[in-house]
Design a protein around this ligand. Sequence first.
Ligand SMILES: [Zn+2]
Length: 198
Amino acid sequence: MHHSDLPPGEKWRQFELYALGIREFAGVRPTEPLNPFRLAKFANLLVLDFERIEGLTEQTRRHLLGDASGSWSGGAASRPLPDGRRIVILNPTHAPMRSNATLMEEISHVFLGHQPSRLKIEAKDHRGRSISRDYRKADEEAAYATGAAALVPYAALRKFVLAGQTSLEIARHFRVSRELVEYRIKVTRLWPIYRSAH
Ligand SMILES: [Zn+2]
């Protein structure tokens, strides 16, 4: 691997190396988009359709897909199935590009060996409030950053930025949102180059 294949900064270099490991496992070429739906089963995740969740009242269903649809992107169930798989539900009202990033984060948690800190519904803070967090904060950052790097790897991103492509063009290529591409351009410190070209 060339030195220029890794972004500056120790932390970001580490996330990139994890991400490259995931891409290598998936067998995708350096500039090829990664499809997290094909990786999910290797991470022991079962992606279920929202429509297949039973036991939701019509009111809850309408709430989750209506008023509240902007406030959740999806996630994995804390408790595994008897066969060890964990269920992931994705918000069906979100664009596929956004679901790719959500699912990739869940896959990264598994590949990075993160343990859910506690079951969501059982977690209470000292005031007795429910804590709706599955993983520790550092693990959340690592999973999100690694997932984003797996979807938009640095070497290819750098190549496209130097070739003068816009974040929208790069986003379409990798099947992710433009926001995710701009996040990657910023954290890998390619932003000054990108800005000077657009
Ligand atoms: Zn997470």
